[in-house]
Design a protein. Structure first.
Length: 164
């Protein structure tokens, strides 16, 4: 595994970072071939990450004061464990900064947060073709083959809500 660079600074994002977070989200979406699906705006990031009731938290990785990566996460809850967990929505390191251990530093920081908050696990989902699978496996994450992701959105979400 790559030795982590000591030059990278990992820090919690602040409201002034909303534009940077959105830039990194757009870079991630472009990498995944999903750029046209990004609907988030800077105001959404401000409201949901730094408003009265934050819905997510974010770590930024900076090299020489420039953000080159992020980990956006939120807390979930395991009824079986009776403990909270962390769901990692996005982990991204800019192409020019890959191979320097920045992803490892972000994940290690997130693991420390999880333990400090009494979390029993970190969950994430990724596209099947993403080469980062090897990175996650080297860190000890395991694919849960018995569980299938499902999503309810758009018109189907509205129709179901109307049945209540």
């Amino acid at each position: 595994m790559t030795e982590p660079t000591k030059d990278a600074v990992i820090r919690p994002a602040a409201p002034t970072d909303a534009g940077t977070i959105l830039r990194l989200i757009r870079e991630l979406a472009a990498f995944e071939g999903l750029a046209e699906q990004v609907r988030a705006a800077e105001t959404d990031i401000l409201r949901d990450g730094f408003g009265a009731e934050p819905r997510f938290q974010c770590l930024l990785a900076e090299v020489d004061g420039h953000a080159v990566g992020f980990a956006l996460y939120f807390y979930n809850y395991s009824t079986f464990e009776g403990r909270p967990g962390i769901y990692l929505e996005d982990l991204y390191v800019a192409e020019a900064a890959r191979g320097q251990g920045i992803g490892l530093r972000l994940m290690a920081h997130l693991a420390a947060i999880a333990l400090a908050q009494g979390c029993r696990r970190i969950d994430l989902a990724m596209l099947h073709w993403n080469p980062a699978r090897l990175f996650y496996e080297r860190l000890g994450l395991t694919q849960i083959a018995d569980w299938l992701p499902f999503r309810l959105e758009g018109e189907a979400l509205r129709q179901l809500a109307d049945q209540g």
